[in-house]
Design a protein around this ligand. Structure first.
Ligand code: ADP
Ligand code: MG
Length: 218
């Protein structure tokens, strides 16, 4: 469960989130759309606890797994294997439980021998594979994804979409920042439109996207 009330976030004098109130229940799959700089990523980072609120109430219960900008939270000099392990710990796994999941994560990533290599040699698509495989393998109560998945290659995207659907079936919360209106329509059942640090519209993805696209044309 995520409960946000009159949430405000300010960096210096820059008010990035103005007065956000929203409640997200178990089973909801939320897309977050809006122009660049409207506060989408900041909102996700606040839910995950990375940024504390300047003002307002933020009440989040459940195990959170998140995937933000590429290459955040990776140890560049360490191998893919070590990064799976470290990321797992970061996301709340125990050394024992993450070791048990390593093989499955590696298989899902399809990175094969590349996992023995320091991740500094990885392409952006390979980072996506690695991060997504770990983030979704730990079966979180709340999964936060910020665009990044779109940076993957086509074959992996298909697989990623299937796995996201599986997570939806487990009836946990997922919040997905996306630029793809198709992803928002196909995968989510509620859409938040961010504009200048506020939620301009909250509702059915089809309706919100229709208004959003209309607004963009004007
Ligand atoms: P979006 O994801 O919608 O593109 P962001 O949440 O990334 O928007 O950014 C919204 C605003 O917050 C931008 O003006 C950005 O410069 C600012 N911002 C984000 N993170 C920080 C930070 N750590 N320090 C200062 N300003 C930040
Ligand atoms: Mg962003």
């Amino acid at each position: 469960m995520i409960k946000v009330k009159n949430l405000k976030k300010q960096f210096g004098n820059n008010v990035v989130l103005k007065d956000i109130s929203v409640a997200i229940e178990k089973g909801e799959v939320i897309s977050v759309i809006g122009p660049s700089g409207s506060g989408k990523s900041t909102f996700l980072k606040m839910i995950s606890g990375i940024y504390p609120p300047t003002n307002g109430i933020l009440d989040v219960s459940g195990k959170i797994s998140s995937m933000f900008e590429l290459a955040t939270g990776f140890e560049m000099e360490s191998s893919g294997w070590d990064n799976i392990y470290l990321r797992g710990l970061m996301l709340g796994e125990t050394p024992k439980s993450i070791k048990e999941k390593m093989k499955e994560i590696a298989e899902f990533s399809e990175l094969g021998e590349f996992l023995d290599m320091p991740v500094k040699y990885y392409s952006s698509g390979m980072f996506v594979r690695l991060a997504f495989s770990v983030s979704t393998a730990i079966k979180p109560d709340i999964l936060l994804l910020d665009e990044v998945v779109a940076a993957g290659d086509a074959s992996f995207l298909k697989k990623a979409e299937k796995r996201m659907n599986e997570m939806i079936d487990i009836a946990k919360i997922m919040v997905l920042v996306t630029h793809s209106m198709n992803t928002a329509k196909d995968l989510t059942n509620r859409c938040l439109w961010f504009e200048k640090g506020e939620i301009l519209m909250d509702g059915q993805p089809e309706k919100v996207i229709e208004e959003y696209l209309k607004n963009m044309k004007e």
